[in-house]
Design a protein around this ligand. Structure first.
Ligand code: ZN
Length: 142
């Protein structure tokens, strides 16, 4: 019997810890926001409420859908989105927080979404480099 080596790996490199973990949870349908006792919502990796400064930030589950607050059609992307263009970014009101993401699952960028539309919140890979990002998909019949 060998005692073996102690471990094989050092501590995991601190990637964008809080936010990546949050994206993973969102991808599994377990998205959450950090909501302080006064009801201010924020997202990891924040550790203090951006509104009132408290560090008491319990997790609150996010609804699966949100409402489009504004959107922008992007024809000239940043390099990280080079292969994704043209695409639509939207700011979506999801329970206690606003999420920024890319609209997917639409036939035409020109008529992708409208303010007030209901969209499902999801996570998908960016076409350019496969990095995960928040995406919104239009929901029918609302
Ligand atoms: Zn607060």
């Amino acid at each position: 019997m060998s005692d073996g080596e102690y471990g094989g790996k050092g501590p995991a490199p601190a990637r964008n810890a809080g936010y990546d973990e949050w994206l993973d949870a969102l991808a599994e349908g377990e998205g959450y926001a950090l909501v302080c006792p006064d009801g201010h919502g924020s997202l990891p990796p924040r550790r203090v409420c951006p509104e009132c400064g408290t560090t008491d930030l319990p997790r609150e589950s996010l609804p699966a859908t949100g409402t489009v607050e504004s959107y922008t059609v992007v024809h000239v992307p940043s390099p990280r989105f080079a292969d994704d263009a043209p695409y639509v970014t939207a700011i979506v009101d999801v329970g206690p927080v606003r999420l920024t993401g890319v609209v997917r699952g639409v036939a035409s960028e020109a008529a992708a979404v409208d303010v007030g539309d209901s969209v499902a919140v999801d996570v998908a890979e960016r076409a350019t480099d496969g990095e995960p990002l928040v995406v919104f998909r239009p929901t029918d019949g609302t």
